[in-house]
Design a protein around this ligand. Structure first.
Ligand code: SF4
Length: 417
């Protein structure tokens, strides 16, 4: 069925590459099955699949249970892959029973569907390698278009936002998100300075929300747009100090917490090990020598990361723009929009230290390395809402949730030309 859809242009070129894919949609994730599909699976009469489906599915009976999360596939204990994958990493359900027998989760992935008022928004997760290549490697940046598009009625909608009958400040969503993307795509600034400027703006909006001054927020957008085009004001961002020791200390803590939560994805473990080796961290040793890590960090930054990223900043820009669009940033579902900015800073800084470590391991970076890191980072770190929420809470508890701390966290060290 054709529908009007707002989407990034890379989605026009997206098609799953099936068995040519170096990863699989279903590695290491719980895949929930909706009630309607569960009932269909229970009625399948097939020489091999009936048994496989009976053994490979379990009902969800705890507080997560709903019509959309009614059951789940039991992942393979060794590979953590879906039991329905064959030796060529193809889905047996799709091959033998047809695409319309897939559950909503599998039909939708890697697409993300949101609905803002009556507008359907389509984008995709960078955890799919094909999406990662299309979205990240476009040097011209991500552009959006509203167009007629073939929509599968079984695609599940992730989030809905009603800006016409706001409970908080949802009526401001379009302007705030549009301006946020405009800031991140402003190539007059380094990407870390664009993020800091976004933080200054969102912080100001948050103050107005807290003071119940919603009517002045639209003029705030204009005020900050003028500031963004003022060279003197923007130069002042360059004066913000960089604290490498704060960056290294807090990011290592964040990675340790993620590791304690258990990581089973082999492709991400490869990234993690390369990062640790590149930063001179012995993962067997309990203690970490922060001073030595800081020295390795600076060495990698200066010799390998910075020379690459200076030429390829558009990759990080595309990463942040895709995130802003697909997560409906800033989160207007409560009055705490600054929290969603904290989450961007956490993800950006954890991603950056992965790239800096890996650049040291390979003694340089290529676009392929970066796509590999972002794809697996997105799969293991970004998809894990529990982790992102835990980090946001930890930031609050440590008093790091201020603009000054976040700016110090994301700020890039300037290198002499
Ligand atoms: S991860 Fe992406 S390209 Fe790979 S099989 Fe899944 S949808 Fe296809």
């Amino acid at each position: 069925m054709k529908k009007q859809v707002l989407m990034p242009l890379y989605m026009k070129s997206f098609a799953c590459i099936g068995s040519d894919c170096e990863d699989t949609c279903c590695a290491g994730w719980g895949i929930s099955i909706d009630k309607k599909t569960y009932k269909k699976y229970k009625n399948v009469k097939h020489p091999t699949l009936t048994n496989l489906l009976n053994k490979g599915i379990k009902r969800i009976k705890d507080e997560r249970a709903s019509d959309s999360t009614y059951a789940s596939f039991k992942l393979n204990k060794q590979s953590y892959a879906c039991p329905m994958l064959d030796e060529n990493k193809l889905c047996r359900i799709q091959l033998n029973l047809g695409e319309n027998m897939l559950c909503s989760t599998c039909t939708t992935y890697p697409r993300v569907i949101n609905k803002v008022d009556n507008v359907m928004e389509l984008s995709a997760k960078l955890s799919c390698p094909e999406v990662s290549r299309l979205a990240l490697l476009n040097p011209n940046g991500i552009e959006f278009e509203e167009l007629e598009y073939e929509v599968n009625p079984d695609w599940g909608c992730r989030s809905r936002l009603n800006t016409l009958q706001p409970r908080f400040a949802e009526q401001l969503f379009w302007e705030l998100r549009m301006f946020s993307i405009e800031i991140i795509q402003n190539r007059n600034l380094k990407i870390s300075d664009r993020l800091i400027f976004l933080g200054i703006f969102i912080n100001k909006v948050q103050q107005n929300i807290d003071n119940n001054q919603l009517e002045s927020i639209l003029s705030l957008v204009e005020e900050y747009r003028t500031k963004m085009n003022h060279p003197d004001y923007m130069r002042s961002l360059e004066q913000i100090s960089v604290s490498t020791s704060f960056q290294v200390r807090s990011i290592i803590e964040m990675i340790q917490i993620r590791n304690q939560m258990g990581i089973i994805n082999e492709r991400y473990l490869k990234c993690l090990n390369e990062m640790l080796q590149g930063l001179g961290i012995d993962s067997e040793q309990g203690d970490v020598d922060l001073k030595r890590i800081e020295t390795e960090y600076l060495n990698n930054y200066q010799n390998y990361y910075y020379p690459f990223i200076e030429q390829h900043e558009y990759i990080l820009e595309n990463y942040v723009v895709n995130y802003i669009y697909e997560t409906l940033f800033p989160d207007m579902s409560s009055n705490k929009i600054f929290e969603s900015y904290i989450q961007i800073c956490i993800l950006f800084s954890v991603l950056k230290i992965h790239m800096i470590g890996i650049s040291g391991y390979h003694k340089g970076l290529t676009p392929e390395h970066v796509v590999f890191v972002i794809q697996n980072f997105s799969r293991v770190i970004e998809h894990n809402l529990q982790y992102v929420n835990r980090m946001t809470k930890l930031f609050e508890e440590n008093g790091y949730n201020t603009l000054a701390h976040l700016a110090t966290l994301v700020k890039d060290k300037r290198m002499q030309p």
